[in-house]
Design a protein around this ligand. Structure first.
Ligand code: NAD
Length: 446
């Protein structure tokens, strides 16, 4: 890779290496929040962050846990546990998704909230970072039960969310319908919201209920705009490339279809919670999306072969897109990863030890807070449209998204060059510099 190219994300090895921040101790963390803090500490060392700011930013501002009852279709009552973590709001309202998953726990949500702070700062949005989650398996609940869980949780949050305070959006296990239920509950229960001025309490809504065109595809599209920037910087023809995707939900399926339909690349393998499939001759990304819509997953797709889940990570391809869960690429499977670039559609899919192995093996990484920032960028567009009473055209949304992603990609490339660091370190450093500047200018009250 050409490290002299200003838009290359590869570590600028010819630059003077960081002297003040020695290499980080690389280990496999057992806790996602510890990993997020270690990444932050690394960026703090590299930027020589002052100690009081380091202390402020290493903890979320607010941690809210609610336990609430939900009536099930059977007539029984289920107790659900929900979280909303507000990490930082120095750059603007708290902003971040809501996740429904049986694996949701406090430290996972804390990590995801912190990454939202850095993602919004990196992409220059007027937002801080937050995240929410409810510890349920959405695939085991009926639509009516999901609606009652969502509405009861929104009611429990009360004024802890708000259109100018904290704005949830979809994440794993939630979708546009979830957001519409949240909006409707908020507008029916919070007095001032009833005046029809609060649709922007959530983003990622259906278009009919105030969502933006292009929000559904935004995260996957942003991932692929990043891949396109990487390809341009490295002289790679995407039409000659093959790719594999883990997760065929919102992020993974849009990323796959856009990379195939608009850039001509060939999908060769996919994996989700129902199985792993491979076809070296190519899998039609749209046909697979239709299968997933009907069958609930990629497993049992007839036009590809089933393969062992561990084998998925050995798939020979040019582009690997993890778009499901955190901690999927670990020190165990990283040595076998056989691709040119990893574009992290998911949050936190790569452990720090795996990151080191992949980098040593010459695999480029487009880190999560850059690669999946398209979702929050178009959420910002939706919030802006709601506030201004506007509706934008799809080509306008895509154009503005492309520009913001390209700007952020370039900022990361420049930071790589300036610090002689890895792209992941560069995303944290560029984001932290922006947040730290705001703190420096504002000072600490009183
Ligand atoms: P989704 O619920 O639409 O899809 C999740 C996918 O992950 C599904 O295909 C599911 O089958 C798969 N999956 C679940 N468990 C799995 C397992 N054990 N092994 C393999 N696959 C598994 O969720 P999404 O919105 O596409 O989110 C995916 C990732 O992208 C998450 O990390 C999320 O935080 C991140 N993300 C989402 C958005 C967004 O706008 N939706 C924005 C930024 C980041």
């Amino acid at each position: 890779m050409d490290t002299k190219n200003p838009t290359s994300l590869a570590t600028a090895a010819e630059n003077t290496p960081m002297e003040k921040a020695p290499p980080i101790e690389v280990k496999e963390f057992e806790n996602l929040y510890e990993m997020a803090v270690a990444q932050f500490e690394r960026a703090a060392d590299m930027t020589e962050l002052n100690p009081s700011l380091r202390a402020i930013l290493s903890q979320p501002k607010n941690e809210l846990i609610v336990n609430f009852p939900v009536r099930m279709d059977s007539g029984e009552t289920m107790m659900a546990k929900g979280y909303r973590i507000q990490h930082n709001n120095v750059l603007g309202c708290y902003k971040g998704g809501l996740r429904f998953s049986p694996l949701v726990h406090l430290d996972e949500v804390k990590a995801l909230a912190a990454w939202m702070t850095w993602k919004c700062a990196l992409t220059d949005l007027p937002f801080g970072g937050a995240k929410g989650g409810i510890q349920i398996d959405p695939t085991q609940l009926s639509p009516a039960e999901l609606e009652r869980v969502t509405r009861r949780f929104t009611h429990a949050l009360g004024t802890n969310i708000g259109p100018d305070y904290d704005i949830p959006a979809p994440d794993m296990g939630t979708n546009a319908q979830t957001m519409v239920w949240m909006m409707d509950t908020y507008m029916n229960t919070i007095a001032y919201a009833a005046k029809n001025v609060s649709r922007h309490v959530v983003t990622g809504k259906t278009v009919a209920s105030g969502g933006s065109v292009g929000r559904d595809e935004a995260t996957g599209r942003g991932t692929i705009y990043n891949v396109a920037s990487w390809a341009t910087a490295n002289g790679v023809e995407l039409k000659d490339c093959t790719f594999a995707v883990q997760g065929y939900g919102n992020v993974g399926s849009f990323a796959a279809r856009i990379l195939q339909d608009e850039y001509g690349a060939t999908l060769v393998a996919a994996q989700d919670h129902t199985g792993s499939i491979i076809n070296k001759s190519g899998i039609d990304a749209n046909d697979l999306a239709g299968h997933v819509a009907q069958q609930g997953g990629v497993g049992a797709y007839g036009k590809a072969e089933a393969q062992d889940p561990d084998e998925f990570w050995r798939t020979k391809c040019d582009i690997l897109i993890p778009a499901a869960l955190e901690w999927q690429i670990t020190s165990e499977n990283a040595p076998h990863v056989d691709c040119r670039v990893i574009a992290e559609g998911a949050n936190g899919p790569t452990t720090m030890a795996a990151d080191r192995i992949l980098t040593e093996n010459g695999i480029d990484i487009i880190p999560d807070i850059l690669a999946n920032a398209g979702g929050v960028i178009v959420s910002f567009f939706e919030w802006t449209q709601n506030r201004r009473g506007e509706t934008w055209y799809l080509d306008e949304v895509r154009h503005k998204l492309k520009r913001r992603i390209a700007d952020a990609y370039d900022r990361v490339a420049q930071t790589v060059k300036h610090y002689g660091c890895t792209p992941r370190e560069a995303t944290s450093v560029a984001a932290l510099n922006r947040v730290a500047q705001a703190y420096d200018e504002r000072g600490i009250f009183p």
